[in-house]
Design a protein around this ligand. Structure first.
Ligand SMILES: Cc1ncc(C[n+]2csc(CCOP(=O)(O)OP(=O)(O)O)c2C)c(N)n1
Ligand SMILES: [Mg+2]
Length: 576
């Protein structure tokens, strides 16, 4: 039912009217966008109220950055653009980090911000929250649009949706000036101006010659390796990907957020033999994974001296040859590409070379065996492995739960230790290694999937979005947050070499984050051993009550920057 109002034009005549507020709402609903993440204020407070009245779910956050991260991951999980709604200038800027993050990570998202009066902004006359938001947003997203006339709202939203989800997905900015909302137009003309986007992300079929070239290279491999990225997880063609990987027989690696696309415990998984397969493989097929810093750009020490041929499957043609030569580029959407590859393999595809497979499997099994005793550690205060050993069992027993993870040691070690069993269940810091996604991701994951969420958070990482625990309690979401509290960033033991202030990486010692949760009516627990931790998480997951567990970790247990300390620049001067 479209929104209308009646207005008497002249005695005896009545005209059905609509306005900008209602056209925005009708356009969103027409395109199946039923959930909005945002923070209210001028000029969008009433818009939020009217959205609620019209049956759209509006989740109101404490800071726009967290609402933005929520929208970004909603886009990843649903393949529909996640929408974040903010006020002008400062609210817009707070949401912008998440929009840039969505673009970098290829998540479809639309940031809709109210903005101030164009006439005053453009003459720089000092309007309330004055800023040329469109210009600021442009370099940080895939596309940016502004709507000035109510009659263009339908087209504006249609363009934003298409830009966000088609081709390589990303962030889109939609600028809605305050005056637009009150603009009135004839209701029938308004209804006609709306656009339902048909086939928003059209299939992109790969060229048959590209598919053949890729299969020829793969077939000739002596030491093949398949790397699955989060683009492969995003595609939601899990069965086809599994069939392709299994038919190839090749060892596979899954990038952080692709973990679980195939179970990490799969016979072909080389997750625990990563350094061996990267060094020794002779043919590497990338599926929805980019050769960026996370894969050491496809060259250097990590990749060893053995010559390599890369096959890459990606929807973005410009991705090819971005770091090293790609001998067999396959451009298209992952679903179409993987189906074409599978078909092209036919019925007599040879098994992967047995000596390579057994070498990789042996290395993997040795490494898994080496780690096993560490995961049994019952030390108190806990070390990372002891605490993660307990959480690993919980995910094994509850494979449908969604795991959100951020921190340095807390991230890198959890990624290695906790096996994932189902696709799109692991949500983490992504391409930038950004801190602050934790609570926004947890909220959106719970809202979009209805599944329980376990957020494993470094104490520093948690601080970036911690106030949203009030939001979690307000909406009564099934989120259990475990804070790995080691008194600081990387470690809680640093000392200031030059004065009496605390070192830059340490926090108040012995903090009790669990008490924060109690302030909002949630469950707060202090856990000092893996057994206590396991009991508390299981209780939270069973009850579905918002819970925060302060897991006390040995402040000396972590290492600088987790697993990526090598990226820190070094001073040429000796340390005093
Ligand atoms: C937005 C942002 N700011 C700063 C950083 C730098 N940084 C990387 S990890 C980290 C926090 C690590 O500490 P914690 O979350 O407590 O994890 P721990 O290693 O102690 O387990 C910070 C601040 C970042 N990645 N992103
Ligand atoms: Mg810490």
């Amino acid at each position: 039912m479209l929104n209308t109002a009646t207005k008497s034009e002249a005695p005896g005549t009545e005209q059905e009217l609509t306005d900008g507020f209602h056209l925005v709402i009708d356009a969103l609903k027409l395109n199946g966008i039923n959930t909005i993440y945002g923070v209210p204020g001028i000029p969008i407070t009433d818009l939020g109220r009217m959205m609620q009245a019209e049956g759209i779910r509006v989740l109101s956050f404490r800071h726009e950055q967290n609402a933005g991260y929520a929208a970004s991951i909603a886009g990843y999980l649903t393949k529909k653009p996640g929408v974040c709604l903010t006020v002008s200038a400062p609210g817009f800027l707070n949401g912008l980090t998440a929009l840039a993050h969505a673009t970098t990570n290829c998540f479809p998202m639309i940031l809709i911000s109210g903005s101030s009066e164009r006439e005053i902004v453009d003459l720089q006359q000092g309007d309330y929250e004055e800023m040329d938001q469109l210009a600021v947003a442009k370099p940080l997203c895939k596309a940016a649009f502004r709507v000035l006339h109510a009659a263009d709202i339908g087209i504006g939203l249609a363009r934003a949706i298409r830009a966000a989800v088609s081709g390589r997905p990303g962030g889109v900015y939609l600028d809605l000036p305050a005056k637009l909302f009150g603009q009135v137009m004839d209701a029938a003309a308004g209804a006609k101006s709306l656009v339902k986007v048909i086939d928003a992300a059209p299939a992109q079929i790969p060229a048959p010659s590209a598919v053949k070239r890729a299969l020829d290279v793969l077939k000739a491999a002596k030491r093949p390796l398949i790397i699955l990225g989060k683009g492969a997880a995003y595609a939601q063609v899990d069965d086809e990907i599994r069939a392709f990987v299994e038919k190839s027989g090749a060892p596979f690696l899954q990038m952080s957020m692709a973990k679980g696309l195939l179970p990490d415990t799969h016979a072909q998984s080389a997750g625990a033999a990563r350094s061996t397969v990267l060094k020794d493989a002779d043919v590497v097929m990338l599926i929805g994974a980019r050769l960026n810093w996370l894969l050491s750009h496809g060259k250097g020490k990590t990749w060893g001296d053995a010559p390599k041929k890369f096959i890459q499957i990606d929807i973005e043609p410009k991705e090819m040859d971005s770091n090293v030569e790609i001998v067999a580029p396959v451009v298209g959407d992952i679903g179409s590409c993987v189906s074409a590859l599978l078909e092209g393999m036919g019925s007599s595809w040879p098994a992967a070379p047995a000596d390579w497979v057994s070498t990789v499997n042996k290395k993997r099994d040795d490494n898994v065996a080496k780690m096993a005793p560490k995961l049994m550690s019952n030390a108190s205060p806990m070390d990372y492995h002891g605490a993660l050993g307990a959480l690993r069992t919980i995910i094994k027993e509850r494979p449908d739960a969604i795991l959100v993870n951020e921190g340095a040691n807390t991230l890198d070690l959890a990624r290695g230790v906790i096996d994932m069993y189902k696709p799109r269940k692991r949500l983490d810091v992504g391409t930038w290694g950004v801190m602050g996604i934790g609570m926004g991701y947890s909220i959106a994951a719970a809202v979009e999937t209805g599944k329980p969420v376990l957020a494993i958070e470094g104490d520093s990482a948690f601080g970036f979005s911690g106030m949203e625990i009030e939001t979690i309690c307000r909406y009564q979401l099934p989120v259990c947050i475990v804070i790995f509290n080691n008194d600081g960033i990387y470690r809680g033991t640093d000392v200031n070499a030059g004065g009496s202030d605390p070192a830059t990486t340490v926090f108040v010692k012995g903090s009790r984050y669990d008490k924060m949760m109690e302030a909002f009516g949630g469950v707060g627990i202090n856990a000092t051993s893996p057994d206590e931790l396991k009991r508390a998480v299981n209780a939270a997951m069973d009850s579905g009550k918002p819970t925060l567990i302060n897991a006390v970790i040995d402040p000396a247990a972590g290492s600088e920057s987790g697993r990526i300390g090598n990226l820190n620049p070094q001073s040429v001067l000796k340390k005093k």
